[in-house]
Design a protein around this ligand. Sequence first.
Ligand SMILES: [Zn+2]
Length: 117
Amino acid sequence: MKKQDIILLAVIVIVLLPAVILLLNTGKGGTAVVRSDGNVIDTISLDKNGTYSYSNEHGYNIVEITDGKVRVIEADCPNQDCVNKGYIKRNNESVICLPHRFEVTIKAKDDEYDIIR
Ligand SMILES: [Zn+2]
């Protein structure tokens, strides 16, 4: 294989991989997947409005679900990036709190729903 071919192949994989992941992610209810230190610690249904608080050795984050949207409303991290991020609602969108190694990712109900939007 030529070097250009390898680069082309790499580009195809990078472009197609998220699409494949999207396709595999069908038929489930919309959820927010909560990760702490890289481990999934909770999954929250986006159908239920509410607030959920999580803490680890780095600090705490309070997550709010409103009408299928997710945001971090409060945290004690120094940069407040997670709070300033605001609402997320798209499939595979994330709020990440680096100082706390905390992350919330949306997994949509189905792909059609995501593509239409
Ligand atoms: Zn934060």
